[in-house]
Design a protein around this ligand. Structure first.
Ligand SMILES: [Zn+2]
Length: 433
């Protein structure tokens, strides 16, 4: 249906206001407007309200199908992905996940093992329509020396298809070994990566955060935290990160993931934290599928009563940048998933109520993570931009979000890509033993 070369026009497509900043059209109450997209030489030559551009007799009429820009997935763990068959989570808890993953990493994460699982993950993400992805890389010794070179190779291999970023991942207690952490920060800087840690309420948290910020400033790195992935109301490291950022006058981008405990804390405490997060210009990413899986799992015969996600509505109302992302896929932190950002958006809509009204929530899987990741031109559709978009069957939100849309068409630089998902059997030999 999409021509393989030259220029063409897709007429009568449905575009969303939140992802087409330059389109001056009459949008309906769901945020959609009918439009015509003209593609030439891999770029969007023109984006106009339907019927407004000079008629083109061979235009392809898409009859009101939704077209979205390609997705941006800003929080994943493709170094962990797909180990589930050889290392399941014994009880579905966070501690179960941490211990199982640590054991598997120590025993099995050779460069070849990591590379093959990463490539599998990237092929899935690409087929589903993702064009940029940030992964965390477990960087506790000696894994950092194995995984960072693999990442650098993978980033080259995927250049032009998926814009790949990486952030190091270690518990904040690892920062206490100052000399080692300084070496790690230098290694991350050489790879043009992002400096990341997992914060816990350790007694010396503020001092350790200062060291993290000092290294980020020294090497000009952006920051990416895992914070408060727990129901413990005493977990307030999101606030501590905001305070440390203000205290250190940090000017780079900061993305904070999870922040689950915030949803359990008393209102006054929450308001104070959100004020500081807004003031420090932190961005927050929620990981709804992983949170739903791990949080409020008590293994005592009771039913979960909490959704696990953080306070995205309250954050967005204060101007805090908010995103949702995939997080883990088929590993002890989440038994399922396939790096399909439409699935993430569909689940987020249900878990986090991204509806009635939808407003500008679609930005959370495209434009906002692109800003956080400093990706110019990604996450929106505009004349002059790359013709990277996804054509769905759905013509409205209920059609789009009720079926998996497995037959979506992914267009990259003007051409429909081959959307073959990798076969699980490819990984079988990595799962034995
Ligand atoms: Zn994560």
């Amino acid at each position: 249906m999409i021509p393989t070369s030259g220029s063409y026009r897709l007429a009568n497509v449905r575009l969303h206001r939140s992802l087409t900043p330059d389109l001056a059209a009459a949008f309906d109450q769901d945020g959609f407007a009918l439009a015509d997209i003209t593609v030439a030489d891999g770029k969007i030559a023109d984006l106009a309200p339907h019927g407004r551009a000079v008629a083109q007799p061979d235009a392809i009429d898409l009859a009101g199908r939704i077209v979205l820009p390609c997705f941006v997935d800003c929080h994943t763990h493709i170094d962990k992905g797909h180990i589930w068959p050889r290392k399941p989570n014994p009880d579905g808890t966070f501690m179960g996940a941490l211990n199982a993953t640590g054991a598997d990493r120590a025993a099995r994460w050779s460069a070849e093992d990591v590379a093959r699982r990463m490539d599998f993950s990237l092929r899935s993400a690409y087929a589903h329509g993702t064009k940029a992805l940030r992964t965390h890389l477990d960087s506790v010794p000696p894994q950092e020396e194995i995984s960072w070179p693999v990442f650098e190779t993978m980033r080259e291999k995927w250049r032009g298809r998926i814009d790949l970023q990486a952030a190091c991942l270690l518990g904040i207690e690892g920062v206490r070994d100052k000399a080692w952490f300084e070496r790690l920060a230098k290694r991350v800087a050489v790879a043009k990566g992002v400096l990341g840690v997992v914060t816990y309420m350790v007694p010396d948290l503020e001092e350790l955060l200062d060291q993290v910020f000092a290294q980020a400033i020294e090497h000009g790195l952006d920051l990416d935290f895992h914070a408060d992935e727990t129901d413990d109301v005493a977990a307030i490291s999101l606030k501590k990160i905001a305070e440390a950022s203000l205290w250190n006058s940090f000017e780079g981008n900061i993305l904070v993931g999870h922040c689950c405990s915030l949803a359990r804390q008393p209102d006054l405490e929450v308001l104070d934290t959100l004020d500081k997060v807004a003031k420090a210009r932190l961005a927050v990413v929620s990981l709804p599928m992983c949170n739903l899986y791990l949080q409020d799992r008590r293994n005592n015969g009771t039913t979960p009563r909490w959704r696990g996600v953080t306070l995205l509505h309250e954050m967005k109302a204060r101007g805090i940048k908010v995103a949702v992302a995939s997080d883990n896929t088929r590993d002890p932190f989440y038994a399922y998933g396939d790096l399909d950002m439409l699935e993430v958006y569909r689940m987020a809509t249900r878990i986090l109520h991204f509806d009635h009204p939808v407003g500008d929530w679609p930005r959370a899987v495209a434009a906002t993570p692109a800003e956080v990741m400093r990706l110019d031109g990604a996450g929106t559709l505009a004349a002059g931009g790359s013709a990277d978009f996804i054509v769905f069957k759905g013509r409205n939100w209920t059609e789009l979000l009720s079926r998996p849309e497995s037959d979506r068409i992914v267009v990259r630089e003007g051409r429909a890509i081959e959307r073959q998902l990798p076969d699980y059997a490819e990984l079988d030999e990595l799962m034995v033993g």
